[in-house]
Design a binder for this molecule. Structure first.
Ligand SMILES: [Zn+2]
Length: 380
């Protein structure tokens, strides 16, 4: 990982590279920022920079033997510690080293992820993750030997907030006075959840939210958004890259649902039965969770049609294309069919949740909607 791989945070990069050049590297640092701030990749890039054999003024070389090992996160003097719990493979005494392959994978895929992503990666379901007393013993053990080959031995602790109190207490001494040529980097997100005794032993480096313009540029470039979309998402995500990626995913789903809903209504309106059968088959192929989410979306659009046309409310909950659709669609929903329409969607949702065959539910609902839409066809 190099500094150039990290989005923004130029001031932090400068502060860190200056410290190295001036030979005043702090031995226990706390990189504090939101999950999308880049504090984890920065910790790795900093450790690589410190150990690089031919660093430039602003970054590691990316080519020397140390950099090559660092880039694969496989350097004998680079250690990670992070919250874990038992899962299907690790049935007792979970410690970080047992999860290293998964850790390398998730970090190398994208170092911007959060605790939930990690939990999903290692399939621990709803169990609380933590850094245990056993893990603190592992940490101390890993650092007790001399440096193998690097300039510095580095221990990166991701989420020190999850240190069990007994683990934190066991680490106080080594955090206060690490062995020679050893760096601790604690990658934290919320100081309020950190033990004061740990906090007081670290030097803090704060990661501010990314400026909107910077985030906009990154989104336009990396996520292929047009300028306007990128700006909108950047503004909505509070300068947090991870949050921005989440919003993009939701927007994509919203577009998919909009397309599904509008084609559904058009086919129901035309009583296009073969089309509806295919539509129901296609939607039924999705995961049950997604079908439920789609039905929630359909309910939302129908309720908004009601609000816009009858209560005269602004369509603030709709985007431009949804609003355009609702203007044309709402006249077909009147007091003689609207309550039934809403009931049909809720019932479909209920049946999907209770594991009724989705093809049957969706096709049956389609036929009923076809009848309902006919009620007002001649009036409009
Ligand atoms: Zn290098």
């Amino acid at each position: 990982m190099q500094f150039k791989d990290i989005i923004g945070q130029e001031a932090v990069k400068k502060r860190l590279t200056d410290a190295v050049k001036e030979g005043r590297i702090s031995h226990t640092q706390l990189f504090l920022g939101a999950e999308g701030s880049g504090n984890l990749p920065m910790a790795i890039a900093f450790a690589q920079y410190v150990n690089c054999l031919q660093p430039t003024d602003s970054d590691s070389c990316g080519e020397c033997s140390e950099c090559l090992k660092y880039q694969k996160l496989q350097h004998p003097d680079l250690h990670f510690s992070f919250p874990v719990s038992t899962n299907a493979e690790v049935k007792k005494n979970p410690v970080s080293k047992l999860f290293l392959p998964a850790w390398r994978e998730i970090v190398l895929e994208s170092p911007y992820f959060n605790l939930t992503d990690w939990q999903e990666k290692i399939q621990t379901e709803n169990k609380q993750l933590n850094i245990s007393k056993e893990e603190s013993t592992e940490i101390i053990k890993a650092l007790q030997y001399k440096v193998y080959e690097a300039k510095y031995k580095v221990m990166i602790i991701w989420y020190p907030e999850k240190l069990h109190t007994s683990a934190a207490n066991a680490l106080l001494k080594i955090l206060e006075e690490p062995p020679e040529k050893t760096l601790f980097i604690l990658v934290a997100h919320d100081t309020e959840q950190l033990l004061p005794t740990v906090l007081s032993r670290t030097q803090m480096v704060k990661f501010p939210p990314l400026p909107i313009e910077e985030l906009q540029n990154v989104l336009a470039e990396k996520e292929n958004l047009d300028e306007e979309q990128a700006l909108k998402i950047a503004k909505m995500s509070d300068g947090n890259y991870l949050q921005a990626i989440r919003l993009i995913k939701i927007t994509e789903k919203q577009q998919q649902f909009f397309d599904l809903f509008t084609s559904w209504m058009r086919m129901a309106f035309k009583a296009d039965v073969p089309g509806l059968i295919k539509w129901a088959d296609d939607l039924a192929a999705l995961k049950r969770e997604n079908i439920k989410a789609f039905l929630d979306y359909a309910l939302h659009i129908v309720r908004e049609s009601l609000a816009v046309n009858y209560a005269g409310e602004d369509a603030t909950k709709l985007n431009a294309q949804e609003e355009q659709f609702v203007q044309k669609f709402a006249p077909f929903l009147l007091s003689n069919n609207l309550p039934d329409f809403l009931n049909l969607l809720s019932e479909a949702h209920y049946h999907i949740e209770r594991n009724v065959n989705p093809k049957v539910v969706l096709f049956d609902t389609s036929l009923k909607i076809t009848k309902l839409l006919r009620v007002n066809k001649n009036r409009v």
